[in-house]
Design a protein around this ligand. Sequence first.
Ligand code: GLU
Length: 416
Amino acid sequence: MAEHGAIFDAMLQEFDGAARLLKLDPGIWRILTHPRRQVVVSCPVQMDNGEIEVFTGYRVQYNITLGPAKGGIRYHPNVSLDEVTALAAWMTWKCAVAHVPFGGAKGGIICDPTKMSRRELEALTRRYVAEIVDLIGPEKDVPAPDVNTNDQIMAWVMDTYSMHVGHTETAVVTGKPVEMGGSLGRREATGRGVMVVTREAAAHLGLNPDTLTIAVQGFGNVGSVSAHLLSQTGAKVVAVTDWKGGVYNKAGLDIDRMLAYAAEHKTIDGFPGGEPLSNDDLFGLDVDVLIPAALENQITAENAPRIRAKILAEGANGPTTPEAQKILHARGVFVVPDILANSGGVTTSYFEWVQDRYGYFWTEAEVNQRLDQKMREAFAAVLATSVKYTTDLRTAAYIVAISRVAAVTKLRGMYA
Ligand code: GLU
């Protein structure tokens, strides 16, 4: 592999730990630690001030053994090829753990969407899709939302692709608006999945799932929905932080009001229902569950020793560094790893893709019930594997994923 950095290295460390326990065949090991395809594109966009800017975009298809490549597109100033490659690998293991017939991919564009107009974002999205149009498709690679992208952006992805191929193709992308082939329940699916595994983990540890105390980092699509659904189960969400600030209330925050506040102010900072709280202080709170639902590398060797939560449910991708993972393990924190905890999003993306290809749509209750079942099955398979191999849930999740991808790699054989 040409170039890789710290985030891909972190993925590799996790992979290697599981591959060793599995006694993985060295040839398969080599294949599964290399991305299948990495594409870099330049996207010129005429900005509102008349000037032309060129944005760098990536699409990495890490593995397509189990089916079409699958994974979101993120818009962020810190996007890099290293990050997108690691995220594409995590998508591969996530889809395998979730037991959906997809490989793994990820896309990203280096940009700051908070400083761009709607017209600029549309132009950038369409140009990016035009540059990768030969790579994607319902049978090839199916994008979805990720950090700073949403259903409107997915609508532009679908339209641009459809214009190029000459007919409407809804199944090229998931996380679309419901009016145009999106699935009911998709927007909430990642947070709903986090809620389900948090409750499973609590029950496993002998805690009452209906009376948990919870702290959440991030109030985007994953953090806000996790907080909302968990608060509806009776759990007390006592703390939330986001990119700007945070709020703490020992008696529990009113998440409905917080959602309305965030919609208006684009942050929860200044929310009147509690006292201000720093991101750093969030990690040291005495709560049952901590849910990191922001970006990578938030839980580090520096703050991991202060974490007092019994359960860490990783809503974000890659929130815990390998050093921090060791510290949490030694301290007995029950970590539900990202590739399991946040797999509800891609699981419902799979449901969306199935519905689009079928041309027949399910009720929201059906979607949620199927998601609930898939999440419980995935949790049970990972837990059973952790018992069998006497290992933590992250290593167990990798063992489940690698075994599934390796088995099919062997069955398909080498095409030379
Ligand atoms: N971006 C989400 C993730 O990281 C969803 C990906 C998808 O639905 O394809 O899992």
